[in-house]
Design a protein around this ligand. Structure first.
Ligand SMILES: [Zn+2]
Length: 383
């Protein structure tokens, strides 16, 4: 089968997972699915090539003593509980393995004529030099309104009219409806995509003669997934990602989803209403759900549910899901452990997520303890 779930690299902003559990949904879903597949542990993937990261670093009082890379690493460490690290480690979108793979893939795509380095008329911010793109707009790096036209050589993907950037087959799902709105959004991109950007931090394209430019992070997040898959010898990496994020990155990733027989597909997941958790906590008390069961519900079941309920879980669905969870826990006591793991693995590998709401299948998959994997300290007695 050789399927490995990997999270779509999460933007390394200023937050902890305890504060923003929704940010870890893709990571947690991937961890849970890999456990069932007996694959991994896979690294947690982080996206550090962001304009916000550039600005934070520029404005930081300690910028003279703390390098950008170190700042990103510290910010990632702070996402996890003190002293805890994920079992599979972390991988950022600028790691040396990712950069090496990115250059290898880009060079081959250039040789094959898929990509090109060509002069493009763009606009540069007159204050900071940030490339604002082919249309005139305020600088996203410094907010300055003024820009000047400038023609410079850039890495581009000129696709012929009608070439799809995303097809139904790019989504790893079993008998699921094709994500029509996503296909439409992804098609609605210019025929020429610029794949090089001005950023302070990223995979430098200087080896291709593009000094001062980095590979567009929307492309490099895909290469990060491929690099993680290569590390674990998985030829069928599946990237967990929300519809919105997929719509944002799919076009830029299109030339970078296949490499040496490996093909990346997306597993789409919906939003989880973690903001409405106070109501849920009250419900847990009413239904006498233990703290450990509640933690599993939040950090294990809901992320998996979000892959099944792709339109997004609503707050109104939470009580029903909690009741179902309680039933599954009770059923678990009467479920022989050896029964059916192979079938479950087949379904997980095929991207068939209906088992999550199947009262016969779910109890067999529930782990013994909350799958914290670094985000919180292990509860006492959980070893
Ligand atoms: Zn600027």
């Amino acid at each position: 089968m050789n399927v490995l779930y990997l999270n779509g690299p999460v933007q390394n902003g200023v937050f902890t997972i305890a504060e923003r559990p929704g940010k870890a949904a893709g990571i947690r879903a991937a961890d849970a699915l890999n456990t069932i597949l007996e694959a991994g542990p896979a690294p947690h993937l982080w996206n550090t090539v962001t304009l916000a990261g550039d600005l934070r670093h520029r404005d930081a009082p300690d910028r003279g003593t703390v390098a950008r890379q170190e700042r990103e690493e510290r910010a990632i460490t702070a996402k996890y509980a003190p002293g805890a690290t994920p079992a599979g480690g972390v991988l950022t979108d600028t790691a040396s393995a990712v950069a090496a793979l990115a250059l290898e893939m880009t060079e081959r795509l250039l040789q094959d004529g898929v990509l090109a380095v060509t002069p493009v008329a763009v606009h540069l911010c007159t204050r900071c030099g940030h490339m604002t793109g082919t249309v005139v707009r305020a600088c996203r790096a410094c907010g300055h309104q003024g820009s000047r036209p400038h023609t410079r050589r850039l890495l581009v993907w000129d696709r012929s009219p009608g070439t799809p950037v995303l097809t139904r087959d790019d989504v790893h799902a079993h008998r699921a409806k094709p994500p029509g709105h996503l296909l439409t959004i992804a098609q609605n991109v210019p025929e020429q995509l610029i794949l090089s950007r001005t950023r302070d931090h990223g995979i430098s394209l200087a080896p291709l003669g593009l000094d001062g430019l980095v590979l567009d992070p929307r492309a490099s997040v895909h290469i990060t997934v491929l690099a993680a898959a290569a590390r674990l010898g998985a030829e069928r990496p599946v990237m967990t990602v929300t519809d919105n994020a997929a719509a944002n990155v799919a076009a830029y990733g299109a030339p970078f989803r296949r490499h040496n027989g490996t093909r990346l597909r997306y597993a789409l997941h919906g939003r989880i209403p973690y903001d409405d958790i106070t109501t849920l906590q009250r419900l847990c008390e009413v239904h006498r759900i233990s703290l450990a069961q509640r933690e599993l519900f939040l950090a294990w079941f809901l992320p998996l549910c979000s892959l099944h309920i792709r339109a997004g879980i609503t707050a109104a669905q939470l009580p029903g899901l909690l009741k179902f969870w309680r039933r599954a826990h009770l059923a678990r006591l009467n479920t022989p452990e050896s029964d059916g793991p192979t079938e479950l693995r087949h379904r997980v590998a095929a991207g068939d997520m209906r088992w999550v709401m199947d009262i016969r299948a779910l109890p067999r998959a529930i782990p013994d303890h909350p799958a914290t994997n670094g985000f919180t300290n292990e509860p006492e007695g959980a070893s």
